[in-house]
Write a protein that binds this ligand. Structure first.
Ligand code: CU
Ligand code: ZN
Length: 481
């Protein structure tokens, strides 16, 4: 007797294999059977009517550390078919949360003083478990957060003693089930960390088989050097490296994805390397005067001092205030922004690269977020797959499910197979589309009819059903590759 049977689905199983038609029976949160199940009794039956049944998507790059703990906030992800998120990216995590000083930007994208309430990483994971999260979570420890825990000032390299203290915090987090460590050496408060510092701090990743993800030091002129630094950190630690939101920033670097993807493909022959990207040609992070010059336009996503300006173009604000954009930025800060600074051809080339996974990099706490927060996964399916035919549907789904599961070392998820967790979604491949835009960023996908997390119905259009179906996926000792 199944809890649920989904009848007559076009199964795209996430492995990249061709679609097939079958019934899928779910029992106790697990996919119990796949085949002709019309004679098998089930508590509930759903007629898929030819819609596509795919594994729930894995959002490999998120800043949902705090959003997971707030009821309703994961609708942004569930409505896209996302059933697992990787938190703690770009060097930023909510835990451990004993900062020595004020919250350094960009940690303020996710942290406020009252949310830095988890002394140890294990306390944070426990809080996720106790608060009944809506999707599954794999949690990384942020290197900038570690720095802010042990250093009194961040505009310098860490001392040996500080590296040892960070190493201890990381080891404790990994023992509690953290999935790895992220860095964001692109940002001022982590920029002074050399590769040696990162290797010294990251040492516990080696034995744990932890993942190293990075918002690289440079995604512009020095991108090739940054890639080399990333690969070398991975080799020195003996762990997989994941290049976050791979992109080429600034007009001078447009077109260079040919070169960077060649470098990445070559490195993949020597060591475990992964990469993710989001399907947009604008980025989003904190607003900083020094980030403005390389963007053709900048849109403000939030401002602490002038919240009423969120959603407006910086150039318009500067015109109103009769100043230049840099001065306007200074008056708006602390603030966030969307930067139009990538070349669409690079975006397409990177998305189409066979090993590229999809990560939204959505900013859940922005007043006027980048549309990637609500639109990433349906945009890959609708815009890039169906309309632009950048890849076929089985490839699109593989990039968002089976590929990340295997690269991140997630067993029993990411593909539709017997005994795998029943993280599933049902959608119409002819109509699935993103509707979130720069003007209307909080807008749910169309064409997705059901999303299940661990066998429990979590989302139907416009309705959150089960707020607590997700699990904390704690990394258990894995063999390092
Ligand atoms: Cu990020
Ligand atoms: Zn980043």
């Amino acid at each position: 007797m199944f809890d649920l049977c989904i009848d007559g689905a076009t199964v795209v199983d996430g492995s990249g294999a061709p679609a097939y038609v079958a019934d899928v029976g779910v029992c106790g949160g697990t996919i119990a059977a796949i085949g002709q199940l019309s004679q098998s009794p089930a508590q509930q039956r759903i007629d898929a009517n030819g819609q596509v049944l795919s594994p729930g998507f894995i959002d490999v790059h998120t800043h949902d550390d705090r959003a997971l703990l707030i009821a309703g906030m994961m609708e942004a992800k569930l409505s896209q078919g996302v059933t697992t998120v990787v938190t703690g990216n770009c060097g930023l995590s909510l835990a451990p949360g004993r900062l020595r000083g004020a919250i350094p930007p960009p940690l303020d994208l996710i942290a406020t003083p009252e949310w830095l309430r988890f002394a140890r990483f294990g306390d944070y994971l426990q809080a996720l478990e106790e608060s009944a999260i809506a999707v599954n979570a794999m949690c990384l420890v942020g290197h900038l957060t570690l720095r802010a825990n042990v250093m009194d000032s961040l505009d310098r390299a860490a001392t040996d003693a500080e590296c040892a203290a960070m190493r201890e915090l990381l080891a404790e987090a990994l023992a509690a089930g953290a999935w790895g460590m992220s860095t964001g050496t692109f940002y001022a408060p982590a920029r002074h960390a050399s590769a040696d510092e990162i290797v010294a701090v990251g040492e516990p990743l080696r034995g744990a088989g932890g993942l190293f993800t990075t918002h690289m030091r440079n995604e512009g002129e020095l991108v090739a050097q940054s890639l080399e630094e990333t690969f070398s950190i991975g080799r020195r630690l003996g762990v997989r490296v994941l290049i976050s939101h791979h992109k080429l920033a600034g007009i001078a670097n447009h077109g260079r994805s040919r070169e960077t993807l060649d470098l990445i493909a070559a490195a993949m022959q020597r060591q475990p390397v992964s990469l993710d990207a989001y399907p947009y040609n604008a980025s989003s992070t904190v607003l900083r005067p020094e980030f403005i010059a390389r963007a053709s336009a900048v849109r403000v996503s939030w401002s602490e001092k002038h919240p009423d300006q969120a959603g407006r173009l910086l150039a318009e604000i500067a015109a109103d205030w009769q100043c230049d954009q840099e001065s306007a930025a200074n008056r708006l800060m602390p603030a966030g922004a969307i930067y139009f600074m990538m070349d669409e051809e690079d975006v397409r080339r990177i998305l189409a690269f066979p090993k590229t996974m999809i990560g939204s990099d959505g900013m859940p706490h922005d007043d006027y977020p980048h549309p990637r927060l609500w639109g990433t996964f349906p945009r890959v399916l609708g815009h890039y797959c169906r309309e632009q035919q950048l890849f076929d549907l089985t490839t699109a789904i593989h990039k968002m499910s089976g590929l990340p599961a295997s690269e991140l070392g997630l067993s029993r998820r990411g593909t539709i197979a017997e005994n795998h967790a029943a993280d599933l979604l049902l959608f119409d491949p002819q109509t699935v589309a993103d509707t979130a835009s720069y003007d209307e960023p909080r807008s749910a996908a169309t064409g997705i009819s059901h999303v299940w997390v661990n066998g429990r119905l979590a989302y139907t259009p416009g309705v959150l059903h089960d707020h607590g179906a997700g699990r904390v996926l704690r990394r258990t000792a894995r063999t390092s590759e």
